[in-house]
Design a protein around this ligand. Structure first.
Ligand code: SF4
Length: 267
C-alpha cells in the first residue's frame, strides 16, 4: 500500500492511498469519525441566564463550540471508559460571567487549563440586552463521536475511488463531452484534435460527459483499489493527528479481535 499526501493545511488533509481495499479504507474513515477522542463541553451549570435564549439552547451552543483537542491537550485526561469521568470536577472547568449590553463570544469562556480553550474567539454564544446577566459554569470532557456529534473531530471524512477516463479512438472525436463537464476536468483542444484531462482528481465521476457524448467517445470508470481521501476538521485537532489516531484505534481493534479469536471466541 502506498500513501501520497496531496495537500495539507491546519484544517484539511487530502491524500491518495494506492493498493488498498474498500473495507480497510472505510474502517479508517469510521474510526476517524467516531473513535478518535476529542474534548467538548459536557456538563453546564446555569446559575443565571437573563437572556432570551433558553438554557437548553445555550448549553447546546456551548457543547458545539470547538475546543483545542490536540494530543498535547488530551494527554492525561480521563476517558469515558475511566472511573470518575461522570464527575463535574473531573473535566476542564470553564466559567462565563458577563453583563449586557453585549454579544458574548467564545473568547469570553474562561478555562481552568490554558491549553484547552475555544479554537476560535469569535463564535457568538448569546446576545445580552442592557443589564441582562449570564453566569455559567461548565465542564469539558473527552468523548467520542459515536456518543455525540460534538465529540466528532471530523467535519468532512470521505473518500472516493481514483477516477479513470478513457477515450474510444475508434469513433469520431466528440467535443461536446468536454463542455458538459461541470468541474473543468476536460478541455477541448481542436487544434491538436484532442480532449485534454486537466485534473483527473477533481472528477466526481458524475458521467455528465458520458451522457453528453452521442457516439460513446468517452468513458468514465475508477481504479478499484486506489482512493482519494479527504479529512477536514473544525480546527480542534490537526487532521493528520486524527488520521494517525484512527489508524492506532483500528490497529488496537484488530489486535483485540485476533486475541478474541485465538482464545476461541469464548469471552
Ligand atoms: S465524470 Fe463528471 S466530473 Fe468527471 S470528467 Fe465527466 S463530467 Fe467531468
Amino acid at each position: 500500500m502506498e500513501i501520497e499526501v496531496k495537500s495539507q493545511s491546519d484544517n484539511e488533509i487530502v491524500f491518495i492511498v494506492r493498493d488498498a481495499e474498500v473495507p480497510f479504507i472505510n474502517a479508517i474513515r469510521r474510526c476517524a469519525m467516531v473513535n478518535v477522542p476529542k474534548i467538548a463541553i459536557e456538563d453546564v451549570n446555569i446559575i443565571r441566564n437573563d437572556s432570551a435564549m433558553f438554557n437548553e439552547v445555550l448549553a447546546h451552543r456551548l457543547g458545539l463550540t470547538p475546543l483545542v483537542s490536540d494530543l498535547d491537550a488530551i494527554e492525561g485526561l480521563p476517558l469515558p471508559e475511566d472511573d470518575g469521568w461522570d464527575d463535574f470536577n473531573s473535566g476542564i472547568l470553564f466559567s462565563l460571567n458577563e453583563i449586557g449590553p453585549k454579544v458574548v463570544y467564545s473568547k469570553d469562556l474562561i478555562s481552568s487549563d490554558s491549553k484547552i480553550k475555544p479554537v476560535y474567539d469569535t463564535i457568538p454564544l448569546v446576545k445580552l440586552k442592557e443589564d441582562e446577566e449570564i453566569i455559567i459554569e461548565a465542564s469539558a470532557k473527552v468523548g467520542y463521536g459515536k456518543e455525540h456529534a460534538k465529540w466528532m473531530p471530523t467535519t468532512v471524512c470521505a473518500y472516493k475511488q481514483y477516477p479513470e477516463i478513457t477515450f474510444n479512438d475508434a469513433v469520431e472525436i466528440d467535443y461536446d463531452c468536454a463542455s458538459a463537464c461541470p468541474r473543468g476536468v476536460l478541455k477541448s483542444d481542436r487544434r491538436s484534435k484532442k480532449i485534454k484531462i486537466l485534473d483527473i482528481e477533481n472528477c466526481t465521476m458524475c458521467k455528465s460527459c458520458v451522457r453528453a457524448s452521442s457516439n460513446g467517445y468517452i468513458n468514465v470508470g475508477f481504479h478499484e483499489n486506489d482512493f482519494i481521501f479527504r479529512i477536514e476538521t473544525d480546527g480542534a485537532m490537526p487532521p493528520k493527528e486524527v488520521l494517525l489516531k484512527a489508524c492506532d484505534v483500528l490497529g488496537e481493534k484488530a489486535d483485540k479481535f485476533i486475541k478474541f479469536s485465538e482464545e476461541g471466541g469464548s469471552k
